[in-house]
Design a protein around this ligand. Structure first.
Ligand SMILES: [Zn+2]
Length: 864
């Protein structure tokens, strides 16, 4: 029998009552009637108390007892669904991980045990009404498209930008007035803006620009901060289907409403919806992607497939306004941020408009919810909520001239959802109203780039911890930006051709203009061969290029820093870049390129053996492939002639079979091997600790086994099981394992000192000649985020690396107190009690960015 219900949707974040009724017959005993929800009696539904315990007060109560309606047999009652977790916001992490098990369909039933009569209805329980699981997103988008096509002729375009690690689509939707509007923006307006910004500025100033649209990009990257994707679906629904919207706002404490005409809006705006950058995280209710990476720390490093495709699309669109929808900070937070600011933004052209946009979003966020206030870190915080890192999605977008905002709603709730929808409406209204002025500033950003201008107006925004303006750090130069970056390709000039080519691919993908020399060219006494890559810095996207290629800044004077600030691809990926400061260096000698492949190794079939230099990660991958396929790989144990200690010697035949797709540098042997070698075996490796370390080791092609079965344990974890160490090599990387080895007294004579874990530095280091450091030079740049150094090593231990003793050993980063680390030991190896300990105080695989340090790990593994 059908149970009639006054509502069918229940909420984990809002109290709901429901009237139920059914014709049960005139003569039943009302006192015996019972209710069930999801097949369980109401008494079995108890509220959450702690942990995963649901043993509190009743979740569902009867507020109006069953009674007959008049003289009929119709029975009516009212039930109340209270807050299952005893609170409206489920943002608390211990709850956030477990509420989703309750979302779904339930049978709500009224039964009479005597007559066995049952009236029932299917109802839904959701966290808030609009929440969608990943699998519901696409059908909902399709449904909106279908309705829109019946209602109006707005242009709606769905694209899957690519696949996540687990193979889910990255849903992306374009909404505009028409296809022509999108084509004009992408094919005419944007290219003109990037190449001839002055032309468009002139048109704007003189009222000649005509109709034009600017993109607003809605984004979510932490999908367990759930409102982001759902608010976007709601905004898509409104903008695709409605003609007029009423937007409630709170301005100066007063509630008002503003009307929004969607057709007029679409005369000015193209909406872009990136529902979530992390589909696997949406499916798993997790912040991180399936590889365990926080993608909101990877937009600049781009080690993960999801960030690679999303950043490419951001570069492609160059949105004017960029909203990244997050939660849950206890106060409703809308950026812009505190200092320090990354010097590669044109901050003065962004700041005031970002403050205004933040206010417009805040007013509509409050208007559309019950939240009472919001904060803007730039105005309300001292430090610690900064945009020095360009790894957050909005900060990455700011390099493209976007007004980039992270928005943190304070609650995971129905109200949080409404606030986030308000945010989107507020931003749209703001962009519509201020479009000309906002666009002009974006054009001014591009103009500075195109003209190579280092405008001093940015300097007041770039302050030190005492709030004194330090501006861009220009050193001896008058322009912060060089005229060119050159990425040499000749083997004498380029230390790592593979990483160099990968950087060129990266720059092209990220909207940076790259050229190639068409003739050998001499600059500052150096001959650059034909084919050398040149990045002309007089270009609109020079901020993107410079943020990735420049040395970085020393921000150690700050008390707090939100996250890692070091990018520096050349030093961390390990390739050569030259900075050129000579405007005319390459006049007429270059052509623009749109793509490049990757280099491959040369196989010389007349040789018996190839000696592979141990100088890039592809070579390590190749060696691992050869070992897996049973090929003999010898490792040189000494340096003689052109063979270096640590090089790999392989048979030409094997290389022909397995080496065609790899990059390597080879020398050739025709008869025998003239140096002492050892034959490599397939080492059993166990990796303990971060998913990022595991990712890096598997990137190199090592297979992993359990600790007990391993020859070598590579760890960045504090957990050490001593019984597993006997007969093995233990490679400890960074703060946690070194601290553990020390505090548990596993290695007498070993001692450490530190400022604080998390203190980060790009440092000059001295590398000692050793089999474990083979392939590295005496002078290398290393990376640390452990704020630690080694103060003593056991007698007889071999030191592998130290921090340089020069006063300028610290290149960039946030490491208060780094002075104490000058000249100290970073790494050593020592055998004790039948275990070889190789300990690095610094990080070798940080966020899979520090490719240049990976070979230390490989050397340790091969030598175990
Ligand atoms: Zn977040």
């Amino acid at each position: 029998m059908q149970l009639k219900i006054s509502r069918s949707l229940f909420s984990l974040t809002e109290v709901r009552t429901v009237e139920v009724q059914a014709d049960m017959g005139r003569y039943i005993d009302l006192s015996q009637l019972a209710f069930q929800f999801g097949g369980k009696s109401l008494s079995e539904w108890k509220k959450w108390t702690t942990g995963s315990n649901f043993n509190g007060d009743p979740f569902i109560t009867i507020v109006e007892k069953p009674h007959f309606v008049g003289d009929t047999g119709v029975v009516k009652a009212t039930l109340k669904f209270d807050l299952l977790f005893n609170r409206e916001s489920l943002a608390e992490r211990s709850i956030r991980t477990q509420y989703q098990q309750f979302i779904g369909s339930y049978e709500l039933a009224m039964t009479d045990p005597q007559t066995k009569m049952k009236a029932s209805a299917t109802v839904q329980l959701n966290v808030y009404d609009e929440f969608l699981f990943y699998d519901e997103l696409k059908p909902t988008i399709d449904q909106i498209f279908k309705q829109a096509h019946q209602k109006n002729n707005r242009y709606l375009k769905y694209q899957s930008l690519g696949k996540s690690i687990e193979g889910r689509d990255l849903h992306f939707v374009i909404l505009a007035k028409s296809k022509a509007v999108v084509d004009r923006y992408l094919n005419i307006t944007l290219p003109t803006a990037l190449e001839q910004p002055e032309k468009l500025i002139h048109q704007l100033d003189n009222g000649l620009i005509g109709e034009y649209q600017v993109p607003i990009w809605f984004n979510n990257i932490h999908p367990d901060e759930i409102e982001g994707p759902d608010a976007q679906v709601e905004l898509l629904r409104k903008f695709a289907l409605e003609d007029k919207l009423t937007v409630p706002i709170v301005r100066n404490g007063q509630k008002e409403t503003v009307s929004l005409d969607v057709n007029e809006m679409l005369d000015h705006v193209i909406f872009l919806f990136m529902f979530t950058n992390n589909p696997d995280g949406r499916a798993a209710n997790s912040r991180r992607n399936a590889n365990g990476f926080d993608l909101n720390r990877d937009n600049h490093l781009q080690t993960q497939p999801e960030t690679i495709v999303v950043t490419q699309e951001i570069a492609n669109w160059t949105p004017l306004s960029f909203l990244d929808m997050h939660g849950y900070i206890s106060r409703f937070l809308i950026e812009p941020t505190t200092p320090p600011h990354n010097p590669n933004y044109e901050y003065d052209l962004l700041y005031n408009n970002m403050i205004r946009q933040a206010r417009a979003m805040g007013e509509a966020g409050l208007g559309n919810s019950d939240f009472k206030s919001y904060v803007i870190p730039a105005l309300d915080y001292k430090d610690g909520w900064d945009d020095m890192s360009v790894g957050y999605t909005p900060m990455y977008a700011m390099l493209h001239g976007s007004l980039g905002h992270t928005i943190e709603i304070p609650a995971l709730s129905q109200d949080g959802f409404h606030a986030m929808v308000g945010i989107g409406l507020g931003a749209a209204l703001f962009v519509q109203e201020k479009k000309d002025q906002l666009y002009k500033n974006q054009l001014e950003i591009f103009k500075r780039g195109v003209n190579g201008e280092d405008n001093r107006s940015v300097d007041p925004y770039l302050v030190n911890a005492s709030r004194k303006s330090i501006g861009r750090i220009r050193g001896e130069h008058t322009n912060f930006f060089p005229d060119y970056y050159v990425i040499p390709i000749g083997s004498k000039q380029q230390v790592n051709k593979l990483e160099a080519y990968k950087m060129v691919q990266y720059l092209l993908r990220n909207g940076v203009k790259v050229e190639k020399l068409i003739d050998n060219t001499v600059v500052n006494g150096i001959t650059y061969s034909k084919g050398t890559f040149v990045i002309p810095m007089k270009q609109a996207k020079r901020g993107v290029a410079n943020a990735m290629l420049y040395k970085g800044d020393d921000v150690s004077d700050w008390k707090a820093m939100y996250d890692s600030t070091i990018v520096n691809f050349p030093d961390l990926r390990g390739f050569t870049v030259h900075e050129i400061r000579n405007t005319d260096a390459f006049n007429q000698n270059t052509i623009r390129i749109r793509s490049t492949g990757l280099p491959k190794g040369n196989i010389y079939t007349a040789a018996t053996f190839h000696v592979l230099a141990n100088t890039n990660n592809d070579t390590i991958k190749l060696v691992n492939i050869l070992l897996k396929n049973g090929a003999v790989v010898e490792k040189a144990l000494e340096t003689r002639g052109l063979i270096n200690k640590g090089d790999f010697i392989v048979r030409t035949n094997d290389l022909q079979h397995f080496g065609k797709n790899y990059y390597f540098i080879a020398r050739y042997l025709y008869t025998s091997i003239p140096v002492k070698t050892m034959q490599l075996k397939q080492t059993k490796v166990s990796v303990i600790g971060s998913t990022q370390l595991k990712f890096a080791v598997s990137e190199l092609g090592f297979d992993m086994v359990k600790q007990a079965d391993a020859d070598v344990i590579v760890s960045d974890s504090s957990s050490i099981i001593v019984s597993y160490l006997t007969g093995k090599t233990f490679v400890g990387i960074g703060f946690e394992p070194l601290k553990a080895v020390k505090s548990r007294g596993l290695l007498p004579g070993f001692n450490i000192d530190q400022t604080k874990n998390g203190h980060e530095g790009l440092v000059k280091a001295k590398i000692k000649n050793h089999l474990l450091t083979s392939g590295y030079q005496t002078d290398e740049v290393l990376y640390t985020t452990s704020g630690m150094w080694i103060t003593s090593v056991p007698a007889g231990a071999e030191v592998l690396a130290s921090l340089s003793n020069s006063n300028d050993f610290f290149i960039a980063g946030w490491w208060p107190g780094h002075e104490n680390a000058k000249g100290q030991i970073l790494a050593f190896t020592h055998s004790f009690n039948n275990t070889t300990f190789t300990l690095f105080a610094n990080d070798l695989a940080f966020r899979a960015h520090t490719h240049n340090s990976y070979r230390f790990i490989a050397n340790c593994i091969y030598d175990s």
